[in-house]
Unconditional design. Structure first.
Length: 438
């Protein structure tokens, strides 16, 4: 990973300088990051409500976010419906969206696809990491995820492409017989039935700056790895992997994947606020930042071989999806000394979201906010400590991070331990998945 000068930290680094191999690593890690949000948020929500209410929040969350980011990805990678402004895409477009959706992170949720025609196809999960997380919790939780939540949310996601698309199970968990593989199988058909229902929270998510921002188009990088598709127009590839995209297309996809996480988090907080009030939102925001941010930090440091110290913290912040993508988030890191660095958020669309429902929208100097940011940077070095700094002109937030080699490592926050209950915490990606299973 090229993150700067040898032995130091380069504040001018951007992900443009990563090669295609490392960009593919980021793509898989960022998809998994977005997917694991609920592994932190839903258990925290269960501290205040029953299982049925938690399931309804999950439905609200995904139904209001996935249609928004699905259409964004279609525009970004050039595979949307043929009629401008229309929602008349075929099953191939729906499948392409699923291949680039945080709801279906590669390998951890091992989706396999068969396209039978413009209006019909099927997919199955050779293995589902989400199911393996939930099965130990009992049949009620399995039915809650695989029936109660998936029925409306699958239709909402497919309906963003074609309002008459229906996703229906052939078989799904609870697994009968036990251990059944593939874990589930579904059909997707476009017919003449009633259109998919639009969730009432969808306009609230769609009106955000995260939904409407135009990200800068990545420019080709001289000397970057060559090859790969410049977009995802053309035929649907059932074996699509990030390695199939060009350097420029990978950077485009990464920007949208990062926005998916922002949009899903916003949708979750809207759902929580409407059911439980703003006080519960204020409580959950820093705890979710600590749990998911800290876990993703640890995974990124392993995957990209990022070391510790202040330099390692700086490198981590340059590749973390919570402070991406450029164009929505404007963040800067600068070294102050071998043991200190300064992180700042400049005025940007994320800081201008009027409701503050963003990953870093609560870092106002309150102890919970700084502790949560501390959990994120401690993923690179548990000796890291964060404190609020004075913003400079044009900045909305500044944080100083110190990594004192003589400081005792901080204990792992309980929210990170909670996130690690998921098998996604220790999941190891392969460069390519194994051959197709029927």
């Amino acid at each position: 990973m090229d993150t700067g000068a040898a032995g130091g930290f380069d504040p001018t680094f951007t992900i443009d300088r990563l090669g295609r191999e490392d960009l593919c690593v980021l793509g898989r890690e960022w998809l998994l990051h977005g997917h694991l949000q609920d592994r932190v948020g839903m258990p925290l929500l269960l501290e205040h409500c029953d299982r049925e209410t938690m399931q309804q929040v999950a439905i609200d969350e995904w139904m209001a976010a996935s249609p928004v980011y699905s259409l964004r990805m279609q525009r970004a990678l050039g595979f949307g419906p043929a009629r401008p402004g229309g929602r008349d895409g075929g099953v191939d477009v729906i499948f392409k969206n699923m291949q680039l959706d945080i709801g279906a992170p590669h390998q951890f949720l091992d989706f396999r696809y068969r396209l039978h025609g413009p209006s019909k196809g099927e997919f199955f999960l050779a293995s589902c990491g989400a199911l393996l997380d939930v099965e130990p919790m009992g049949e009620e939780f399995v039915r809650g995820m695989c029936h109660t939540i998936e029925d409306p949310t699958f239709d909402a996601t497919a309906g963003a492409t074609n309002p008459h698309a229906k996703v229906r199970p052939v078989h799904r968990p609870p697994r009968v017989p036990p251990g059944r593989r593939p874990h589930c199988r579904w059909t997707v058909e476009i017919g003449d039935g009633p259109p998919a229902r639009q969730h009432e929270n969808l306009p609230l998510v769609a009106a955000s700056l995260a939904a409407t921002v135009t990200l800068p188009r990545p420019e080709p990088v001289a000397g970057a790895d060559t090859g790969g598709r410049p977009d995802y127009s053309g035929d649907f590839d059932p074996l699509f992997e990030f390695e199939d995209l060009s350097h420029t297309a990978l950077r485009t996809a990464l920007g949208e994947i990062a926005l998916q996480s922002h949009l899903l988090f916003r949708s979750f907080l809207i759902a929580v606020g409407r059911r439980f009030g703003t006080e519960r939102v204020r409580e959950l925001k820093p705890r979710m930042l600590a749990g998911l941010g800290g876990l993703t930090s640890q995974r990124l440091c392993r995957a990209l071989r990022i070391g510790g110290g202040a330099a390692g913290v700086g490198r981590l912040l340059q590749v973390h999806p919570m402070v991406a993508p450029a164009g929505y988030v404007d963040a800067v890191c600068e070294p102050l000394s071998p043991d200190r660095l300064r992180f700042a958020l400049r005025d940007c669309p994320m800081t201008r979201e009027p409701d503050g429902l963003t990953w870093l929208g609560h870092l106002d100097g309150a102890p919970a906010g700084m502790d949560a940011f501390g959990a994120l940077v401690q993923g690179a070095d548990p000796r890291a400590r964060a404190r609020r700094a004075e913003p400079r002109p044009g900045e909305r937030l500044a944080v100083e991070v110190t990594v004192d080699p003589d400081t005792e490592p901080a204990p792992e926050p309980p929210e990170v331990r909670l996130a690690k209950l998921s098998g996604g915490a220790s999941f190891v990606f392969r460069r390519r998945r194994p051959p197709r299973e029927d």
